[in-house]
Design a protein. Sequence first.
Length: 285
Amino acid sequence: MAYIFLVLSSVCSLTIAHLLKVTETKNLRTLNTLTINYIVAAIFALYVGFEGNLGTTFVSHSAILLVFCIIVGAFFIGNFVAYSKSVHTNGVGITIAAMRLSLLIPVVISIYWYAEYLNGLKMVGILGVFGAMLLLIPKKNNIKIGSISASWLLILIFVLSGFTDASLKIYEEEFSTNLNELTFMGLVFLGAFLIGLIIALFRKGPLITKKEALLGAAIGIPNLYSSIFLIYALGGISGSIAYPIVNILNVLGGTFLGLIIWNDQVSTKQWIGIATAVIAILLLI
């Protein structure tokens, strides 16, 4: 059953990538769209996942849980802002490959923090991750997002995605007995919403347009369940297995999504990078 959850998580992730690409092509403000996405996901998660013992849980764990959820929420919204910009400038397949290579971070945490086994092949896989990253980054990319080159977005996504995924492993190990998955993700998304709202309030222009609200609402549920399904999978198989499998699905699915639907351009070097990424992920299994 855990492997079915991984497939479902991947389908949700690819849906998010497609909708974020729509956000950029329609020149909608990414932060506003994501802010609505997070409040929709938070309300749904807290409504469905609410438990009668939530109050008792917060009495004994409130400070740690709240701080953890706010930190994870900041990673989530920061990651998706960078992700949305990158799928527009670097392409869907390249961006998802960079994002999924970030499995290195949760795998290393699973191995060294939670004593999961590391063999020689996994060491080669870890080296392959770095090689794939170098191949994926374009040699010349004059497109800039503000003052940041679009190429550097891939590095930013790698770091933020890694810590975002690692937070789900930490939740599964440290907090899952105190708080169910939906309630946890509801609190994380509520934190992400508040961060996005505060930033949006200080920006010029209308707060949120109707199109941004509608698209944000459409992103909310798959965004929630991409994480929920991954948490369910982590309950049945180890993180060092779950992360590589879901990442392979996302890399391959994202590449074909970009080529077939969005006509992304992928250089020979980047194709080699995508192949190296898949091989590295397989070795990490």
